[in-house]
Ligand binder design. Structure first.
Ligand code: GLP
Length: 241
């Protein structure tokens, strides 16, 4: 695991965007695994700025997103499909046909999860997976549990995640209770991982990520076994170390 310390969120975002930009430059048709949430938002802004300066070309880039809420249409403004278009895809020259988010509306969860795993395989796997981290150490929506998940699956969100995500909805009752997420195996098979963590509310999770015993109770700890995992964290996120 390689740790890059950033002074604050802006510096973190600039560093993360440079890592992704290097990937796109080296392999223009790379497969990027993408994430939502406030952590990568600044990274997308920096990538858009680099695109506008003429430094990056996304025309051949293919993407697979980590997760999606169950029951939200892609047009719903809190769906992750909407987030990706709003914060990134609509601002660069990516071909929307090359972008993928799990379908939260498919009535058959098993079929949807199998379809998504097959899709990742058919793309040749993920070159670079961008990750945020939940305050409880979840990655994607892989919540703490008794085992590490394998492929894409439908999960029930924990109370703490519902609490953490309610800020985006009118009330906690409006937060979807289930989501579909790439599994831990899918994430671990990415050739490179880039995790961004910002803020004091991530400090315990980041401490676990970097120094904790590997345990499905803190899903991010499995990343210690990844051969090429880069963590970019700001001072607040590193404050428990
Ligand atoms: C969400 C997402 C994760 C994200 C995490 C942190 O629930 N499923 O992919 O990394 O929680 O979100 P944020 O970056 O907004 O703190």
């Amino acid at each position: 695991m390689r740790l890059i310390r950033a002074k604050d969120y802006d510096e973190l975002s600039a560093i993360a965007a440079r890592v992704i930009g290097a990937q796109v430059t080296l392999k223009p048709n790379c497969v990027l695994g993408l994430a939502t949430g406030s952590s990568p938002e600044g990274t997308y802004k920096e990538l858009i700025a680099a695109y506008n300066r003429g430094e990056l070309d996304f025309s051949q880039v293919r993407t697979v997103n980590l997760d999606e809420y169950v029951g939200l249409e892609p047009t719903h403004d809190q769906s992750y499909a909407y987030f990706m278009r709003d914060r990134f895809f609509d601002h660069v020259n990516i071909d929307l046909k090359n972008t993928n988010v799990p379908d939260g509306m498919n009535p058959d969860p098993a079929a949807e999860c199998a379809r998504y795993d097959a899709l990742i395989q058919s793309m040749g796997g993920i070159d670079l997976q961008l990750l945020g981290i939940g305050p409880n150490g979840h990655i994607g929506f892989n919540e703490p549990g008794d085992t590490f998940s394998l492929g894409t699956q439908q999960i029930k969100l924990t109370q703490s995640t519902l609490e953490a995500n309610k800020r985006f909805f009118a009330s906690i009752d409006d937060v979807p209770t289930h989501a579909r997420t790439m599994g831990i195996r899918d994430i671990m098979q990415a050739r490179r991982i880039l995790l961004v963590a910002s803020g004091e509310n991530k400090a315990q999770a980041v401490k676990g990520l970097l120094t904790g015993a590997i345990s499905p109770q803190m899903p991010c700890t499995i990343l210690q076994y990844h051969p090429d995992c880069i963590v970019v964290a700001d001072e607040a996120a590193l404050s428990a170390l």
